[in-house]
Design a protein around this ligand. Sequence first.
Ligand code: GAL
Length: 825
Amino acid sequence: MASFLRSNFLYTVLYAAFILCSFYPLSSTSQVRKEYLLDNNWKFIKGEVKNGEAPGFNDKGWETVSVPHDWAIKGPFNGNNDIQNVQIVQNGEAGKSLKSGRTGGLPFVGVGWYRKQLSASYFKPGQHAVLLFDGAMSYPKVFVNGKEAGHWAYGYNSFSIDITSFIKPGDLNTLAVRLENLPEASRWYPGAGLYRNVYLIVTDDIHIPVWGTYITTPVINSAFAKVLIKTKIDGSGTASSPLRLSTEIRDATGKTLSSVNSVLTATDGNQFEQQLVVNTPVLWSPETPVLYTAVSKLYEGDQLKDEYKTSFGIRTIKFESGKGFSLNGTYRKFKGVCNHHDLGPLGAAINTAALKRQLTLLKDMGCDAIRTSHNMPAPELVKLCDEMGFMLMVESFDEWKSPKVKNGYSHLFDEWAEKDIVNMVHRDRNNPSVIMWSIGNEVPDQGAVNGNKLVTFLQDICHREDPTRPVTMGMDRIDNALNNNFASAVDIPGFNYKPARYEEANTRLPQGFILGTETASTVSSRGVYKFPVQFLKNKVYDDNQSSSYDFESCTWSQIPDDEFVKQDDMQYVLGEFVWTGFDYLGEPTPYDEKWPSHSSYFGILDLAGMPKDRYYLYRSRWNTEKQTLHILPHWTFPGREGLVTPVFVYTSYPSAELFVNGKSMGRQTKSNTSSTTRYRLMWNEVKYEPGSLKVVAYDQSGKAVAEEFVHTAGKPDHLVLEADKNNLAADGKDLSYVTVKVVDKEGNLCPDASNELMFKVAGAGKFKVTANGDASSLELFHLPHMKAFKGMLVATVQSGSAPGKITLNVSSKGLKTGILILDVE
Ligand code: GAL
């Protein structure tokens, strides 16, 4: 199979998404299929419970929660939670040391139980019932009416369980789920509990199973696309009349473009294969995220048995030796970020509005790709990437057979790896956003004897289940990987933090292209500037922060500019996935051993989703639609008068002039002298004096085209509130993220303000969480007060389920109160 990927290989692909959207029940259009989102009225308890699965068990004392639910995110933080005495080999550590915040310092270890009563109206005799879990952290055991109906192990994967034989139609049915998180099982915060959605799918006995369609487009040209749809049927053995599948392809407006009717014959087995044509197809891309829907209706004789919708897109992907990657015939490089799955202050509990906000921020940066490091994403993320236009590398594992952590996936590999890959591929193989599968990240098996056999084993499963996409993985042990045939076995060799060795690797490898699966790992804290400004590795400061001049990284990692050079100069480099888009809970490098740090410093945006300076460095190069002109640092440094305080400008313009209090500091032009002068404009000798910085940008022709200012701030005076959106849906789930700034009388940000802010929410919603991006703050996200960090924080407000107005009131001693009104519609 690997040979088809060696040189030029063309993936002509079309994908579909199993869309599970609006509920109660989800699919009421069809009388035959009912999909219920099991979100409300779960009972939950932390800790082991004897007979927790029993129908008659008294759970009255348990907490009532809604799912998605993360049982650990409310804390409290404690450096002893999952403290790990480890040597992180991949970081080049010489020996073991105590890592306090490695997994976030939150109380996620242990057992948790959930229970829910399923009403009698859900099931009728003769019906088929399946529970679909988008993910459950972890080792989920599912019980129905006291009996175990099924289980899974890996907390990140989606799985379904057929509960037909466990239910009592016409009666109340008891669902119970037991979960358990082991200590030392992760390198970051995994979350805890039913942190993703759970669905009950009730169908006729004869039905299309979960992830039952597979859509590809074997031919695409400007005149037409051939669409091949394979549709599985379960229960066909019980049919008394011939089974017929009627499939229509609809465009985004609902117009039918093409249709076909087929009858299942004895030679078809349990699968229909249908060919349709879409004339003048509109191709999917990040810039044109156009989707189609296949509507499949299954009949037994004339009786409708099932109706199933699959969303898909039409696009071609191609990876060519020496040339790189092209989408729909146009060469491009991945402008990607790696992200962990947590949503900062919401923890691992999935929320569509939170994901959408992240993607909106990334889109504005010009980012077009995401690596779901290092595990399967929530289906909501995949769907949003289809709709908003992001290319995805869907990743599976951080470990294979050789461990990185004591209780990690290495214990599951032999029994579960194939099942996990199959579910990953089946769930997401119809989504046009998914461009490649990743079978692993920095697995120590790179150095193991026969490690390359594991590459082939996992890659072959991906190819078997989806021959239309290539497979990649993030490799860090480059010498092992090059010497032992490991890197040459994978379709797309991906390297983590190896820009200095791309040339060598490309010369030694047969594929003719290389991907920066993980790049940069620059560390910084929003709004923090350290002096003197210098390139530093693993630098720790007393205040547990890192400098935002973007010159600090780890022994194994780089500043962004060093990767940019290789990306720009080498055509065969396919692009990069920066570590990371957003800060995440856990892995507080370089403060792994220095509590209270418990969240990362790698993010381009902080844990609250506020852009750090680096956001504008990436934006200046990635966003080719809008100009960028950003000055750093802030200009409020009492006590630094007369001291050298370098000024950097991140801009899409080639050249700019800096003025300090009206005095020109000269004009700088990007130049190839060094990697940093190529991408940043830097005035390294500026001496601080209070007042204002002004930068005037010039275009290629030398014309002054834009200017930007930063002013020294006075005393904190009032609060400014800015919502990412002012209109929320009345669904009880929507979120508005309100950035709160402490400003002086003139409205300048007070960059050192750390006032404690208090939140009150009244009306048609509630206060949800807050975060300030300070990796060392132990304040809890769900409490309605928090200190501003470097003058800012973000308060998140959640809509209720009825329309109306929400009033957010933010107050702080000595400051004028800020009030914001939001509409819930
Ligand atoms: C890589 C690893 C990531 C993260 C990163 C930090 O080695 O794959 O998960 O740990 O380092 O720089």
